[in-house]
Design a protein around this ligand. Structure first.
Ligand code: COA
Length: 329
């Protein structure tokens, strides 16, 4: 009988821009306070990319680190997948820009858009391509520069977001099988609660759309909060069930870093103690497609995880989309 192809997680990497924007800095530009932001969200500071530092540049730096960690040359990569909602341009894809920067030989390269669940959607796509036998070494990146689509006059949203990138190399293997399960979902009837109205075909860019700040994130925070908790719990429980593992088998839970109160509510509903939940939102803010992979990378590089440990990633975002993955490091 033919042996099943498994998916090995060969390496991870991450990159955050140098510039730090603290809550105290924000106090100087909008009517807010460090105390309000910290208690409502858990965020203390976020990283902000330079004007001449596009999404593909952050993706490039995270990818270089992941390739080095995996000891894999760009020449060996046979597919590039970038999860982002803030591409360099509407087209070509950020994956193509990344391919050129890394000098990866002709190989399929494309972006996927699933908001904050994007990286988990990407794991599912990479797993399917590898298991089918079509591709052997996939570079998967979760990257966003939300500060470039933020309305800096809207205190309801601008305190929440940041920029960053994380990368993972997934390889075909007959020895390892590190992606135990993935569960995904979406409900487009909620698309009016978290969105960016203009710049697409629905409302092409005009002077009017710019003047009305329609090229920036619009969000109904309370409704998003209300939906996020049950959907993240649902996705996490489904992925766990499909993996055949139990809650106590999971060494670390890595939830989407959008709001500390959401993270705590999800952990409480699932009966997970907070010492098993990874949190770095205080340093990063919400970096959308990049949150779960940058958090995973930090947990690995700071020795919170060792080989063989089981980790569960779970995310929720605009769309609404949601997803969870159970992986072995
Ligand atoms: N600084 C100070 N006050 C602020 C503020 C800020 N940055 N932002 C909002 N406020 C004010 C509001 O204007 C409101 O004032 P009012 O009562 O005088 O009208 C008050 O604080 C309470 O606002 P409210 O919207 O009820 O706060 P909240 O407890 O719902 O928290 C969020 C707001 C955005 C932090 C919260 O709803 C949230 O995190 N939602 C989910 C967002 C998210 O994670 N999105 C991404 C998902 S992937």
């Amino acid at each position: 009988m033919k042996k099943k192809i498994g998916v090995k997680i060969s390496g991870t990497g991450s990159y955050f821009p140098k510039k730090v924007l603290t809550n105290v800095d924000l106090e100087k530009i909008i009517d807010t306070s460090d105390e309000w932001i910290s208690t409502r969200t858990g965020i203390k500071e976020r990283r902000v990319s330079e004007i001449n530092e596009p999404t593909s540049e952050l993706a490039f730096k995270a990818s270089v680190e992941a390739l080095k960690f995996a000891n894999i040359s760009p020449k060996q990569i046979d597919m590039i997948l970038v999860a982002t909602i803030t591409p360099d341009m509407l087209f070509p894809s950020t994956a193509c820009f990344l391919q050129a920067k890394l000098n990866i030989p002709p190989a399929p390269a494309f972006d996927l858009s699933a908001s904050c669940s994007g990286f988990i959607y990407g794991i599912s796509i990479a797993k399917a391509f590898i298991e089918s036998g079509l591709y052997k070494k996939i570079l998967l990146v979760g990257v966003d520069e939300l500060t470039k689509i933020t309305d800096w006059t809207d205190r309801n949203t601008c305190v929440l977001f940041g920029d960053g990138a994380g990368a993972m190399i997934l390889s075909a293997s007959y020895e390892d099988d590190n992606v135990l399960s993935v569960f995904l979902g979406a409900d487009g009837s909620y698309s009016n609660l978290l969105f960016l109205p203009a710049g697409g075909t629905f409302s092409p860019a005009t002077i009017d759309t710019v003047n009305k700040r329609l090229h920036t994130i619009k969000m109904h925070g309370k409704e998003v909060f209300r939906a996020a908790v049950p959907k993240m719990v649902f996705a996490a429980e489904k992925a766990l069930e499909f993996s055949g593992k139990k809650l106590e088998d999971v060494k670390l839970f890595i939830p989407h870093q959008a709001n500390m109160r959401i993270i705590k509510a999800v952990a409480k509903k699932m009966g997970i103690s907070m010492d098993k939940v990874f949190v770095n939102i205080h340093k990063t803010g919400n970096v959308s497609s990049a949150t779960t992979i940058t958090a995973l990378d930090e947990a690995i590089k700071t020795n919170k995880l060792k080989n063989g440990d089981i980790v569960e990633l779970v995310a929720f975002g605009g769309g609404f989309t949601w997803g969870a993955a159970v992986i072995r490091i």
